[in-house]
Design a protein around this ligand. Structure first.
Ligand SMILES: Nc1ncnc2c1ncn2[C@@H]1O[C@H](COP(=O)(O)OP(=O)(O)OP(=O)(O)O)[C@@H](O)[C@H]1O
Ligand SMILES: [Mg+2]
Length: 457
């Protein structure tokens, strides 16, 4: 099916030229001589692209732009401006125009700008589809949190968003790394250009290079036509490299070169492409360990992590729990729902290994299953409450700490945590100390204090 384009211009000859050129380029073209007529045609035909003159008698280009954007924010609008009226073009971009083209222009300029717009539209549609697959995450911009830790994150995001500095986001699973990456993009001047995400862990090794950099026809068996890589798709915008810690060592030099020289070479290609891409990456792996193990190049790491952002786990910022609960209830259309004090207490002592994602999933489930608008501790799944009543012992199971109702000595708990850390790390003290995020001497102090003996001794 041909892409529909609507042209609105009061200048008959220019309208004809545009119509002819775009028809020849394979588009389905509609024309209107003024704003009112244009808007009517727009509503009837629902074109994906509108090209409109700025100055027209009656409804002018700005009014038309606003009317179109109000009804259909996705529709791309390109404004035609006269030479020397760049100010107006800038106004139009602020009001949501995708781009502008200055009179006089030639055929190639016109086709290029249209092709770019349609490619962008394709990406936007694709992005939208992916977003809705991720179960209705409409509002990527709202990152919730009022804890000092999140305050710091917001501050860094605000400062770096509108620069081209590479950002590396670290944090446990579900802490909002992708959310932050998108927010950096939408707060930058690149916001109208694509945000392209690629998950390095999800793509088979031997396909990753061509996914990233593209390939030319015949580059390898099965390369039956040219493929545009994610880098090129992100040109002018932001490329989000998720789980970058999983990037195979053999691909790292090529990525480094792309970042340093801002050029990429498709697999099997001979001529490099110049690109303008802002890089945001994320990892929940211990990337510092990968550096020590030399599975990640440090020169690449420093390139990617010009600005490091660490997202705190939810258990490190429990003051955000109540806020997030309220936010997700609202998001899922249940503003009236409340959690009673014991439920809140349970949430506040739960470990939240899946962080905000786990909390949101839980809220969704509780909202479906609830019998009233007040959710109590009895409504919570076992995993979260885990029969903490009257067992007389504490246990760390499935990342949940269960404390008996009658209380429990902190020192006893600490001893158990230390033993667990040692066991999990095969009694390697350095590894156990790292696991607990304490210096080794602090660990040894506790081993001595509690008289902990390894099984061999
Ligand atoms: N601070 C927050 N405010 C609101 N929603 C959040 C917040 N943090 C995370 N979320 C939501 O939690 C879910 C998980 O977030 P996201 O996908 O960004 O996590 P992630 O760190 O990339 O996780 P993973 O490492 O598993 O990929 C998303 O639905 C996101 O919208
Ligand atoms: Mg993620």
């Amino acid at each position: 099916m041909k892409s529909k384009i609507l042209i609105i211009d009061d200048d008959t000859s220019l309208r004809r030229v545009l119509e002819y050129n775009l028809q020849e380029a394979g588009y389905q073209v509609y024309v209107a001589a003024g704003g009112e007529e244009g808007l009517r045609l727009f509503l009837e035909e629902n074109p994906i692209l509108v090209i409109s003159d700025m100055k027209m008698p009656g409804m002018d280009g700005m009014q038309l732009l606003k009317a179109v954007k109000e009804r259909s924010p996705e529709t791309l609008v390109i404004m035609i401006t006269a030479f020397g009226t760049v100010d107006m073009a800038v106004e139009a971009m602020k009001a949501g125009a995708y781009d502008y083209i200055t009179k006089p222009f030639n055929r190639d300029e016109l086709r290029l700008i249209v092709a770019k717009a349609l490619q962008f539209n394709g990406l936007a549609t694709e992005n939208k589809r992916l977003k809705s697959e991720l179960s209705d995450r409409r509002d990527f911009s709202s990152i919730i949190g009022s804890s000092p830790q999140m305050g710091k994150v917001f501050e860094i995001v605000r400062k770096v968003a509108d620069t081209d500095a590479s950002v590396l986001i670290t944090g446990e699973s579900g802490t909002g790394k992708e959310l932050v990456a998108r927010s950096i993009h939408t707060q930058s001047a690149r916001k109208n250009a694509p945000f392209v995400a690629i998950n390095c862990a999800a793509i088979p090794r031997d396909l990753l290079e061509s996914e990233l950099f593209g390939h030319v026809k015949g580059a390898f068996t099965g390369a039956t036509k040219d493929k545009t890589g994610k880098f090129q798709l992100a040109d002018g915008g932001t490329l989000f490299l998720d789980e970058v810690g999983e990037l195979p060592l053999e691909l790292q030099p090529k990525l480094l070169r792309a970042l340093q020289e801002k050029v990429i070479e498709p697999v099997g290609g001979t001529k490099p492409h110049k690109l303008d891409v802002r890089m945001v990456s994320a990892t929940n792996l211990d990337i510092e360990k990968a550096l020590v193990d030399a599975t990640f190049r440090d020169d690449l790491y420093y390139r990617l992590a010009v600005i490091p952002i660490h997202l705190p786990s939810l258990r490190e910022r429990r003051e955000d729990i109540a806020l997030l609960l309220r936010y997700f209830c609202g998001k899922h259309g249940a503003k009236e729902v409340r959690f009673d004090a014991r439920a809140m207490e349970t949430f506040n002592s739960y470990r939240w290994p899946g962080n905000v994602r786990e909390l949101e999933n839980l809220v969704e489930r509780l909202l479906i299953m609830r019998s009233s608008d007040t959710i109590t501790r009895d409504d919570l799944p076992d995993k979260i409450v885990n029969g903490g009543s009257a067992t007389g012992t504490a246990s760390v199971a499935g990342n949940v700490i269960n404390l008996p109702d009658e209380g429990y000595p902190l020192e006893q708990l600490e001893r158990e945590v230390v033993v667990e850390a040692l066991e999990r790390n095969h009694w390697n003290q350095t590894a156990a100390a790292k696991f607990l995020s304490i210096p080794r001497h602090t660990l040894i102090y506790r081993i001595v204090k509690y008289g902990i003996l390894s099984p061999e001794k």
